[in-house]
Design a protein around this ligand. Structure first.
Ligand SMILES: *[C@@H]1O[C@H](CO)[C@@H](O)[C@H](O)[C@H]1NC(C)=O
Ligand SMILES: *[C@@H]1O[C@H](CO)[C@@H](O)[C@H](O)[C@H]1NC(C)=O
Ligand SMILES: *[C@@H]1O[C@H](CO)[C@@H](O)[C@H](O)[C@H]1NC(C)=O
Ligand SMILES: *[C@@H]1O[C@H](CO)[C@@H](O)[C@H](O)[C@H]1NC(C)=O
Ligand SMILES: *[C@@H]1O[C@H](CO)[C@@H](O)[C@H](O)[C@H]1NC(C)=O
Length: 632
């Protein structure tokens, strides 16, 4: 037999067997591993410990690496994967992957915009210096050495941030004052009584090291180096404060909106595109906001009539706040309230609305620090640790119970916890099982985490609560509408600020007109919108899209519409762009119509259940742990 022929057969077989079916998987795996490598602290948080001694780079040249790698992967995808040979599920994987890479490639031209400003009053090294130790293991000498290596690297990371901000100054793409004016105070807080041996980053050497079995000389060596490293970090914080005070603050953006930058109108549109994953203009977003505000206001008025309340919405909520019957005594009672509602109200309703849910536990805990109102931290997909809803219970005297249900539904079930549980256990490609959602300052040059899908689902969950009969009375319903109109106002105000030249005061006044929140919290909200253009529009736009798709499915399918199937279709692929979601729903409508009397609603199929086990094995070595909270 001709040896050359034999070789050719082997080569062909090899290619057929390994390369062709696996190319999409390989590319996605390559991408996922590269993302982890680029986000070493995040990897540690996800219990993927390969990069525990590395720190994330903020060097400007990293932008080029992001662009080149994304371009190479996209070329690989386009040139080697034949779309028509893929299964429907793989086609969705392909579409999402392509969107992710394309978003990065399109974002590159905006690298010299907001992406140059990694520090603001919501993000940066001054926000939570004890975060690192909270995610780091301290079991072996290697753990301490890795951690120390990171501490030694942090001053360099801060210099890289400064390098970026200097570039922002050069390009005239800096923040408005309100995004950064709290920073010196925040750094002062970090530095309060700062000594190397009391600084949060040093604490593992004080609390954990002495108890470890590491030998004494090594301990002393580690301790000495840690003190030296932390001392340099403290100096670097001082330097950072000085940098803001003496340099950055001299070059602030004078106008509120990012449209005041060169090409700023286009830049804002790109931000909206990134967060909303839809082609939608600022005018359309603004109009949708106004009409939603109007619609929800009239819903609220109807309820107020029922409750015999004569005054405005504002006065209604003011009355509620003065009524002792809307408060609980203390934090413990608040936690109990939430736990009780999950177990006795929400969970019994789930079978009517969902099917094939992974049974991942969720817990309610008090928030350790007096920060935001609530946050959700996911547990691992094996359920060994529950997902946790952390509630701020520091101010029971200011927390009215009518606000609780919407928040609970949003953060836990059927909101973030339920969605994240399906995503972390059902989605094939490992890189999509978790949401690497940080660096909110960086869009549109950032891998998309599909804000509109994630937050749209959570807001949809709040409205689903009404169908599930979870709001117990008209007061709780008012709480729900209060939370919904707040998100509708964001559409008006975000576009107002960044597109229609609104001032901050106009934005605050608009929010005050329609929501129940205090002027102080609204001001902070508006400063958030000024800092993260477009982000706050994700909630309402995503929810409206899900509702629109549902209305279409109900209309097209009539009596064949099954809410459980619809929810499975929305949830099965995890976070994705809204146009792909639309495509999935339309496909499902067609299939359901075709299947006619035979029930064949595709859901979490047998095949995907099998591949799930397979993927979880891979996931165990790469990434299988969903972490990170979302802002409300
Ligand atoms: C710099 O900081 C000092 C002290 O905190 C303050 O008095 C001064 O106004 C600041 N300068 C600027 C330009 O903000
Ligand atoms: C901004 O506009 C200028 C001039 O219209 C153009 O040359 C440049 O490419 C634009 N930059 C971006 C990032 O779109
Ligand atoms: C306080 O709220 C309860 C409902 O929880 C309502 O029945 C009562 O009228 C309210 N009291 C006042 C003074 O508004
Ligand atoms: C915002 O202001 C700029 C400059 O003053 C102006 O060119 C632009 O047309 C305004 N935008 C809108 C939507 O009014
Ligand atoms: C807020 O309401 C007042 C009174 O109805 C109105 O005059 C004002 O224009 C509103 N402000 C905004 C920004 O819509």
């Amino acid at each position: 037999m001709d040896l050359r022929f034999q070789l050719l057969v082997i080569v062909v077989l090899f290619r057929l067997d390994v390369c062709v079916p696996n190319t999409l998987d390989d590319l996605q795996k390559d991408y996922g591993e590269w993302r982890l490598q680029r986000s070493p602290e995040y990897s540690t948080a996800m219990k993927f410990h390969k990069y525990n001694d590395k720190t994330e780079t903020f060097a400007y040249k990293g932008f080029d690496e992001e662009f080149t790698k994304s371009t190479n992967l996209l070329n690989g995808l386009m040139n080697t994967v034949v779309y028509n040979q893929l299964s429907p599920k793989q086609k969705t994987d392909y579409d999402i992957f392509k969107d992710t890479l394309t978003t990065m490639i399109n974002g590159y031209k905006w690298r010299d915009y907001n992406a140059l400003n990694p520090i603001n009053f919501l993000e940066g090294p001054q926000i939570d210096p004890s975060y690192l130790q909270s995610i780091t293991p301290f079991d072996t000498v290697g753990d301490f050495e890795n951690y120390l290596k990171r501490l030694e690297d942090y001053p360099k990371q801060a210099d890289e941030m400064i390098e970026r901000m200097n570039k922002a100054i050069e390009k005239k793409h800096t923040y408005h004052r309100v995004s950064v004016n709290r920073i010196p105070g925040q750094i002062d807080d970090v530095l309060k009584n700062a000594q190397p041996t009391t600084f949060p980053m040093y604490l593992p050497f004080k609390d954990r090291l002495p108890k470890s079995s590491i030998d004494e000389t090594k301990k002393q060596d580690l301790d000495r180096k840690a003190q030296a490293a932390v001392s340099k970090i403290i100096d670097k914080y001082r330097h950072l404060k000085q940098y803001f005070n003496q340099t950055y603050f001299k070059h602030l953006r004078p106008k509120f909106g990012v449209n005041s930058w060169d090409n700023g109108t286009e830049f804002y549109k790109a931000c909206l595109r990134w967060h909303l994953s839809l082609d939608i203009t600022p005018d359309e977003v603004h109009e949708k906001g106004l009409s939603e505000v109007k619609r929800i206001s009239s819903e609220m008025k109807k309820i107020m009539v029922k409750l015999n309340h004569q005054g405005s919405v504002k006065e209604f909520f003011a009355n509620v706040r003065q009524n002792r019957s809307f408060y609980l005594q203390n934090g413990q009672e608040i936690i109990k309230w939430y736990k009780d509602r999950i177990k006795n109200k929400i969970e019994p309703q789930l079978p009517k609305f969902f099917k094939d849910l992974p049974n991942l536990p969720v817990d309610v805990q008090p928030n350790p620090i007096d920060g935001i109102g609530g946050q959700y931290l996911a547990g691992p997909p094996d359920g060994s640790r529950p997902g946790t809803f952390q509630v701020n219970v520091f101010h029971p005297e200011k927390s009215v119970t009518i606000d609780f249900m919407a928040l609970l539904l949003h953060e836990t079930i059927p909101g973030h916890h339920l969605q994240g549980s399906v995503q972390s256990t059902n989605v094939g490609p490992a890189y999509r099982r978790y949401n690497l959602d940080d660096k909110y300052f960086q869009p549109p040059f950032l891998p998309p985490f599909y804000t509109a899908y994630l937050e749209g689902w959570a807001l949809y969950a709040e409205s689903l609560g009404e169908e599930m009969g979870l709001y117990e009375d008209d007061y709780e319903l008012m709480g729900r509408y209060g939370s919904e109109i707040f998100r509708a106002c964001r559409l008006v105000v975000d576009t107002g600020l960044h597109h229609f030249n609104w001032t901050r005061d106009m934005a605050i006044e608009f929010m005050l007109n329609y929501t129940a929140y205090s002027e102080q919290s609204i001001s902070t909200e508006v400063d958030r919108y000024l800092t993260w253009p477009g982000q706050a529009c994700g909630y309402k736009i995503g929810e409206l899209k899900i509702k629109e798709l549902r209305a279409k499915a109900q209309k097209d399918l009539g009596s064949k519409f099954d809410i459980k199937d619809f929810h499975s279709i929305i949830l099965k692929d995890g976070a994705l762009p809204l146009d792909i979601l639309t495509k999935n729903v339309n496909q499902w409508i067609d299939e359901t119509k075709r299947a006619s009397s035979v029930t064949a609603a595709p859901c979490i199929s047998k095949a995907s259940t099998n591949s799930r086990h397979l993927n979880l094995l891979v996931g165990a070595v790469t990434m299988c742990f969903l972490f990170k909270f979302r802002v409300f």
